[in-house]
Design a protein around this ligand. Structure first.
Ligand code: ATP
Length: 721
C-alpha cells in the first residue's frame, strides 16, 4: 500500500484542480510563505476525517472552500481526493486502487466517497484507523507543533500512541460500545422506572382482573354446563315426544279398523232390530188380558157351579129318620176316592173327582130316582151348561198357553240374536273406547312433554340462551348421567356470578392494556439488560485487547525512544510510562473545550478513564527532570524522538509533517533528515520544509506558488531517478 496521489479542487487557495503524485519515499513541499503549502497538509487532515474547523485553521466549514480573489470568483464547493495503491490488499476492500473523496459545499453538506460509493464519516474514520492513520495522533504534525507529543496531556499521548499502534480502531469500537452502553443504560433505567411506576397500579388492576377472570371462568363453566344440560334435556324430551307418534299412529290405525267393524256390527244390529216380531209386546198383553178374563169367567162359573151343587145337594138330601145302610165295601171305595182327591193338585181335576164321588155316594144312597125332580133336572141342566162352559174355558186356557209358549219361543230367538249383536256392538264400542282412552293417555303424555319443552325453553330464555342453539348436532350429544346434578351445578354457578356482582369493563380493558404495556416494557428491559451485559463484555474484551497490545508495544517503544533520545541529545535517558492510577488528572482548558465540542458532534466518544502516558527523562549534563523546564527546541527534540520511536515500532503508511524540522539546529536537522530517509522505506513522508537537508533527502519535491490571482499552484521541482 502506498499513497499514490492527492488531488485538490476548490480547497482553500487551490481553486483549480491540483494533482500531487507520490512515487513513494519522501515528498517535500516547498515554497514561499503564504503560498499554500500548509493548505496541502490541511487537505490531508481534512480527508482523514478532521471535524474541527480550528484544526484546519478555519472558523467554519465554509472556510475550506476557495473564497475567491479579486481576479477569480469563489467556488461553490471544495473537494479533496486521496488515492492509494491497494494491490497488497492493505485496505480490506476488493480494489487494487482505493480513492477516498471528501467534498463539501457552501450549505455545509459534507460527503464521503470510497471509490465513488458514498460512505459515512464514521466509516472513513474507522477505515483509516485500521491503517493506523487519523487526526488525533502524530500522522499529521502541523506547523509549529513539532513539540506536540511533549505538550500533549498524558491522555492525548496515549491516544497518539494508540493511533499509531492501530489500536484506535478498537478504541473506536469500544467508544461506540460505551456510547451504546450509556444509551442502553439510560433507556434501561427509563424503562425500569416506567415498569416500577406502573407495577402497583397493575397489581390493583390485576386483582380486579382476576375477579373478572374468575367470573369469565365461571361464566364459561356455566355456559358449557348449560350447553350440556339444555342439549341433553332437549334431546331427552324430543326423543320422548318422538316415541308417541308411532304409538298414536298405531292407535289411529286400529281405531279406524275398529270403527269400520263397529259400523258393520251396527248394521247387523239394525238388521236384527228390524226383524223383531210385530206388536209382540201387545200380543203378550192380549194373551195376558185374555187369560185374566178367562180366569175371572171361570171363577164366576165355578162359584155358580158351587152354588148349584150345594142346592142340588140340599134337594137330593134324604128324608129325616130314614136309616141308610152303607156297605163297608162302599166306604172303602169312598175312602180310596178321597185319598185320590187329596193327592190331586189340579183344582179342575179335584172338582171332577169330587163330582164323581158325589155321584157314587148318591147312587149308593138310592138318590137316582130324585132326578125326575124338574127343579133338579133344571139344576142339572144349568150345572151341565156351566160345566160345559168351564170345559170351554179350560180349552181356551190350553189354547192360550199354546199360543203363549209359541210366541215366547220366537221372542227368545230374537232376543238371543239381538243380545249377541247388541253385545258385539257394545264390545266394539268398548274396544274403541279403550283405544280412545289409550290415545288420550298418550296425548296427555305428549302434552306433558310439550309442557316440559316449554318449561325448558323458558329456562333457556331466563338463562339468556336461545333454545335453537341446542337443537342442532344432537347426534353428537354425549349422554350425561345425572342431569339433576348438572342442574344443581348451574344453580351454584349462577349464584357465584351473582355474588361477584358488577365488573367495571373499563377497568378490565385498562388492566389488559396495562399488562400488555408492562410485559412489553419488561421484555424491553430484559433486552436492554441483555444488551448491557453484552456491551459490557465487549468493552471488557476490547479493553483487554487494547491493554495487552498497548503494554506489549510500550516496552518496545521505550527501547526505541531511548535510542532516538540518545541520538538527538547525545546522551541522557528517557522513558514513557503509564501514569499512576490514583492520580487525579487536572484537565487542561484545551481538553475541556475539546470535550464540549465532542459532545455536540455525532461521533460522541464517551470519555473513559485510561491511564495516560508520562515521560520521565534526564538530559545529559543537566539536572532537568520536568518537561515544563525544557526549552522549545528541546521539547521538539523529545517529541521527534518519541515520534521516531513510535514509527519504528509500528510504521504507519504515511506521515505528514509541516515544518517539523524548523526548530532544529543544523546538526539535528541533518540527523532528522537521515532518520526520515531511513524510515521512508516503510513509511511515506509528506514534508513541508524550508530546510535544505530535508529537501535533499526528498524523493520528489513540489514547489507551491501563489501569483497575483491568489490561487496556489504546484509544480514538480525535482525527481530523483
Ligand atoms: P508559510 O510558509 O508562511 O507557512 P504557507 O505556504 O504554509 O505559508 P498557507 O498557510 O498554506 O501558506 O496558505 C495561506 C494562504 O492561503 C493565504 O494566502 C490565504 O489567503 C490562502 N487561503 C486560505 N484559505 C483560503 C480560502 N478559503 N480561499 C482562498 N484562499 C485561502
Amino acid at each position: 500500500m502506498h499513497l499514490k496521489r492527492l488531488e485538490l479542487l476548490g480547497f482553500k487557495s487551490f481553486a483549480q484542480k491540483t494533482v500531487l503524485d507520490f512515487p513513494g519515499g519522501i515528498a517535500g513541499i516547498v515554497g514561499p510563505n503564504g503560498s499554500g503549502k500548509s493548505n496541502v497538509i490541511d487537505s490531508v487532515r481534512w480527508i482523514l476525517g478532521e471535524r474541527e474547523a480550528k484544526n484546519l485553521r478555519g472558523v467554519k466549514a465554509e472556510d475550506l472552500i476557495f473564497a475567491g480573489t479579486q481576479k477569480r470568483p469563489r467556488m461553490g464547493m471544495a473537494q479533496v481526493s486521496l488515492t492509494f495503491d491497494n494491490s497488497s490488499g492493505f485496505f480490506p476492500v476488493d480494489y487494487n486502487e482505493v480513492t477516498i473523496v471528501r467534498r463539501i459545499d457552501r450549505d455545509g453538506i459534507s460527503q464521503y466517497f470510497l471509490n465513488k460509493s458514498e460512505i459515512r464519516l464514521k466509516d472513513i474514520v474507522e477505515f483509516f484507523a485500521k491503517a493506523r492513520l487519523g487526526t488525533r495522533g502524530l500522522a499529521i504534525i502541523n506547523q509549529g507543533e513539532s513539540d506536540l507529543f511533549v505538550k500533549a496531556s498524558p491522555q492525548q499521548r496515549r491516544e497518539m500512541i494508540e493511533e499509531i499502534l492501530g489500536l484506535r480502531q478498537y478504541q473506536l469500537k469500544k467508544h461506540e460500545a460505551e456510547r451504546k452502553l450509556k444509551n442502553t443504560t439510560i433507556n434501561a433505567e427509563k424503562v425500569k422506572a416506567m415498569v416500577e411506576e406502573i407495577a402497583p397500579h397493575l397489581r390493583f388492576l390485576k386483582r380486579q382482573a382476576s375477579k373478572w377472570e374468575k367470573l369469565s371462568d365461571i361464566e364459561k363453566d356455566l355456559k358449557d354446563s348449560e350447553d350440556i344440560y339444555f342439549r341433553n334435556k332437549f334431546k331427552e324430551i324430543n326423543e320422548g315426544l318422538e316415541k308417541f307418534n308411532p304409538k298414536i299412529n298405531e292407535i289411529d290405525q286400529k281405531n279406524s279398523e275398529k270403527a269400520k267393524e263397529l259400523r258393520e256390527l251396527q248394521v247387523v244390529l239394525e238388521k236384527i232390530e228390524k226383524g223383531q216380531p210385530q206388536q209382540q209386546q201387545s200380543h203378550f198383553g192380549d194373551i195376558r188380558s185374555k187369560r185374566e178374563q178367562l180366569l175371572s169367567q171361570r171363577s164366576i162359573l165355578e162359584k155358580e157351579l158351587g152354588k148349584l151343587e150345594a142346592k142340588l145337594e140340599f134337594i137330593s138330601a134324604p128324608s129325616e129318620g130314614k136309616v141308610i145302610v152303607v156297605e163297608p165295601a162302599f166306604l172303602e171305595e169312598v175312602k180310596k176316592d178321597i185319598k185320590n182327591i187329596i193327592q190331586e193338585s189340579d183344582l179342575g181335576a179335584v172338582h171332577n173327582l169330587l163330582n164323581n164321588l158325589l155321584a157314587k155316594i148318591d147312587k149308593s144312597l138310592g138318590f137316582e130316582e130324585k132326578k125326575e125332580n124338574p127343579e133338579l133336572a133344571e139344576i142339572e141342566k144349568t150345572k151341565n151348561e156351566l160345566t160345559g162352559k168351564l170345559e170351554a174355558i179350560s180349552k181356551e186356557f190350553n189354547d192360550l198357553s199354546t199360543l203363549e209358549s209359541e210366541s215366547t219361543g220366537s221372542l227368545e230367538k230374537f232376543n238371543v240374536e239381538f243380545k249377541k249383536a247388541f253385545e258385539d256392538v257394545e264390545n266394539k264400542k268398548d274396544e274403541i273406547s279403550v283405544l280412545e282412552s289409550e290415545k288420550n293417555r298418550l296425548l296427555l303424555e305428549i302434552e306433558r312433554f310439550n309442557l316440559k319443552m316449554q318449561d325448558l325453553e323458558m329456562q333457556a330464555g331466563q338463562a339468556g340462551r336461545n333454545m335453537s342453539d341446542f337443537k342442532i348436532g344432537l347426534e353428537n350429544v354425549a349422554p350425561i348421567g345425572d342431569l339433576m346434578e348438572l342442574e344443581r351445578k348451574m344453580l351454584k354457578l349462577r349464584a357465584e356470578i351473582a355474588g361477584i356482582g358488577e365488573i367495571d369493563q373499563a377497568l378490565i380493558t385498562e388492566a389488559k392494556e396495562t399488562e400488555t404495556r408492562h410485559n412489553f416494557l419488561s421484555s424491553q428491559l430484559a433486552d436492554l439488560e441483555k444488551a448491557t451485559k453484552d456491551l459490557d463484555a465487549l468493552i471488557k474484551e476490547l479493553d483487554q485487547k487494547i491493554h495487552n497490545d498497548f503494554t506489549a508495544a510500550l516496552k518496545k517503544i521505550n527501547e526505541e525512544f531511548e535510542k532516538f533520545f540518545d541520538l538527538m541529545f547525545g546522551g541522557g535517558r528517557a522513558k514513557m510510562r503509564l501514569e499512576e492510577p490514583e492520580k487525579e488528572k487536572p484537565e487542561t482548558e484545551n481538553e475541556n473545550a475539546e470535550k464540549e465540542i465532542k459532545a455536540e458532534t455525532e461521533e460522541d466518544e464517551t470519555e473513559q478513564v485510561e491511564l495516560g502516558i508520562e515521560i520521565d527523562l534526564s538530559l545529559p549534563r543537566k539536572k532537568i527532570k520536568g518537561l515544563e523546564m525544557l526549552s522549545g527546541g528541546e521539547k521538539s527534540l523529545v517529541s521527534i524522538a518519541a515520534l521516531f520511536a513510535l514509527i519504528s515500532v509500528s510504521p504507519p503508511p504515511f506521515l505528514v509533517l509541516d515544518e517539523v524540522d524548523a526548530a532544529l539546529d543544523e546538526k539535528n536537522t541533518r540527523r532528522f533528515a537521515e532518520v526520515i530517509k531511513n524510515f521512508s522505506k516503510k513509511t511515506q513522508f509528506l514534508i513541508v520544509t524550508h530546510n535544505r537537508a530535508t529537501m535533499e533527502s526528498s524523493d520528489i519535491l513540489y514547489g507551491v506558488t501563489m501569483e497575483e490571482d491568489g490561487v496556489s499552484k504546484v509544480l514538480s521541482l525535482k525527481l530523483e531517478g
